[in-house]
Write a protein that binds this ligand. Structure first.
Ligand SMILES: NC(=O)c1ccc[n+]([C@@H]2O[C@H](COP(=O)([O-])OP(=O)(O)OC[C@H]3O[C@@H](n4cnc5c(N)ncnc54)[C@H](OP(=O)(O)O)[C@@H]3O)[C@@H](O)[C@H]2O)c1
Length: 253
């Protein structure tokens, strides 16, 4: 089965690099017009121009700090003004800052982790999901993390937020039913900028002992699940969590 997204418009937050960029590219190669959004508008614009050249689709890059609702509101208005529709929303932008100890987690850091990973996705999914209902359909895909179900000791605020993302999908799958489908992709370890902050020794040990496929994922390996959930092949799938993690969650039972 090949996913055909012709005639559809997708919004991918955090689409300027890492998993988001690969998802945006896969959607454009499948026929969708795509908006990528991240904090750095200039980077998004440059990446969008490259993707447009590569895929022949209408690709737009816009600046948006997803942790700020005013930014989210402006982004949604801009995309509807330009394309008139959003068929696929991927809430992908996320961050997982390290900290020396639990008591060093400042209120500011905690609030930022919540803002970017859960507060923004809630705002975008509710604003866009409500419009999708009026337009008669749509697919919302929230990117969480295996930290949502297997939290490590160095990522407590992140794990709390990502567990919220799983629950956001379940709740909105009901709230926006039967018109809009809402699902979660739960990635394991992927080699992107986010993973550069992690301790190399811990990483090597983890891939050897905790991942049945014995390696981290390459960013493009997220696209199978992202295409499935965006297209008609998943027409009877909502409120689901698809883990793409080399087997980590399975290995831990
Ligand atoms: N890589 C992994 O191993 C892994 C594992 C589990 C889950 N995940 C999840 O997968 C998603 C993508 O991760 P990744 O590894 O691809 O991350 P990444 O390479 O660090 O890229 C993060 C993207 O999000 C954007 N971003 C960061 N903060 C933002 C904000 N406040 N507002 C808007 N955009 C923002 C970044 O662009 P700007 O800097 O321009 O804003 C960038 O485009 C995240 O939700 C992450 O939690 C990743």
């Amino acid at each position: 089965m090949t996913t055909n997204l012709s005639g559809k418009t997708a919004l991918v937050t955090g689409g300027s690099r890492g998993l988001g960029l690969e998802i945006a590219r896969a959607y454009a190669l499948s026929g969708a017009d795509v908006v990528i959004a991240s904090r750095k508008a200039d980077v998004c614009a440059a990446v969008a121009a490259d993707l447009a050249k590569e895929t022949g689709r209408d690709i737009v890059g816009l600046g948006c700090h997803v942790g700020r609702w005013a930014d989210c509101d402006r982004l949604v208005d801009d995309v509807y003004e330009r394309f008139g529709r959003i068929d696929i929303l991927v809430n992908n932008a996320g961050m997982s800052p390290t900290y020396p100890s639990l008591t060093d987690v400042s209120e500011e850091l905690f609030d930022k982790v919540m803002a970017v990973n859960i507060k923004g996705p809630f705002r975008l999914a509710t604003l866009i999901g409500t419009r999708m209902v009026k337009h008669g359909g749509g697919s919302i895909i929230n990117i969480s993390s295996i930290a949502a179900v297997q939290p490590g000791d160095g990522e407590v605020p992140y794990a709390i937020a990502k567990a919220g993302v799983n629950n956001l999908s379940s709740a909105l799958a009901h709230a926006l039913s039967p018109t809009v489908r809402v699902n979660t992709i739960m990635p394991g370890l992927f080699l992107t900028d986010i993973s550069k902050a992690w301790d190399p020794a811990t990483l090597a040990d983890m891939t050897r002992t905790k991942i049945p496929l014995q390696r981290a994922g390459n960013a493009e390996e997220i696209t199978g699940a992202a295409l499935y959930l965006a297209g008609d092949d998943s027409s009877y799938t909502t409120g689901s969590v698809i883990k793409v993690d080399g087997g980590v969650a399975w290995a831990a039972g």
